[in-house]
Design a protein around this ligand. Sequence first.
Ligand code: NAP
Ligand code: MG
Length: 489
Amino acid sequence: MNKKINKSDFKTDWSYSPAPESTDHIKIVKKNDLFINGKFMPPEKGKYFKTINPANEQKLADVAEADKSDVDKAVKAARKAYDKVWSKMDPSERGKYIYRIARLIQERAREFSVIETMDGGKPIRESRDIDIPLVSAHFFYYAGWADKLSYAFPGKQAKPIGVAGQIIPWNFPLLMAAWKLAPALATGNTVVLKPAETTPLTAMKLAEIIQEADLPPGVVNIINGDGKTGRAIVEHEDINKIAFTGSTDVGKMIMKSVAGTGKKYTLELGGKAANIIFEDAAIDQAVEGIIDGIFFNQGHVCCAGSRLFVQESVADTVISKLKDRMESLIVGDPLDKNTDIGAINSKMQLEKIKMYVDIGQKEGGSVHQSSCGLPEKGYWHAPTLFTDVSQSHRIVQEEIFGPVLAIQTFRTVDEVIAKANNTPFGLSGGVWTDKGSKIFQVSKSIRAGVLWANTFNKFDPTSPFGGYKESGMGREGGLEGLMPYVNLV
Ligand code: NAP
Ligand code: MG
């Protein structure tokens, strides 16, 4: 009762207790076939590859590898569904199917989030609160457009274009699938979709939902494989449109390959966004924005704020606060609800990030990393920042696609605009200031598709997204996202 309380009775360790999301409510199919013409079927050559969990390197499942003949089968199914059913269907009926897909995803959101996190390494907090809700929001949004195309394009008739070949990357696997599928389906096109090699599992779950939603067979076909499968889709002569999200190098190859074929294309490629902090910004808020800009999804974000520009007068304060905040980031088990930074998506990507950190140091940059420990198994990288870098450094010019920030300072508005535009990319950017006039001045002078003011990495299905220069062409999202999928007559 009257037990004497000693100082040692108080816990001095203020770290969070583990809060892992359970995995017993999900079912991962161990052998994933191709989804063609509404059915799961084995690949012609019988080849399968494995997908692993990058947080522990354990195999999750085998996945069918589609070769040219499988691609052909999928395109034929899509063509038949286009000619006979989908393009002829009343648009309001098409809309109902898309609404159904959206609702089914919402119902199974938890399952999708856990599988997304296991297959790709991103924190469950992000897949649960950002990726999957945005996926269903995209389907809801474009379902709404299906029977309203005459309002989207007044005075014109919006006709579908045919079969779309869609190729997506591994950083937001299901979200990229939604960005591609929803507008294509709403406008009456049919689809052959190829997910990325390291993250095929949520797309295969989506195939289950497509079956459950009773979508007519062949409207959506999902086939997996590596770059060769992607190339076979791009080169298939009965495809009318290519929608690609991925690296600038592959984007350039696709452009060459479709040149002169009459195929339409949209390319969402890489980025090296400038995140600009003025001295009159709310500094603590801006520090959160810097963290979110570069460390969200381990920095595997095409629009990541990977080039930070801080006005000289506040640079010391911002960098010191930034280092403090980096120290508090929790790196580790992606399934733990406390985790801020999960696993790097693949061994290859980890090697690429390490190579750039090496290059940054060799070129004279000063590196700082958070002192967090990293798990033994799996692919991990500590949050990292570089100072003492300049415009010509490779880590300032090239996309790293990892948790690595390059920091420079500036004195005037004109100087930072010139520096921000000194990049081959033009996807996104951020500006932090108290002055609305400065926001307008900077945002209209920076050549990038998306500019955030006093926030970063915010996405919404109603808002178009896409790049200038080597960041690609065409827009996804919003009314603009319908355009690549229609012929206006
Ligand atoms: P990637 O190598 O270009 O791969 C993207 C997709 O293309 C994957 O499905 C890939 O298959 C496939 N592919 C590879 N070679 C191909 C070829 N010759 N022909 C057709 N398809 C091919 O890019 P990544 O490394 O996976 O993704 C990271 C890149 O995507 C970054 O540069 C990032 O900036 C960009 N990205 C851009 C956006 C945007 O909206 N702008 C969004 C997300 C990511 P495999 O998986 O088998 O390689
Ligand atoms: Mg995987």
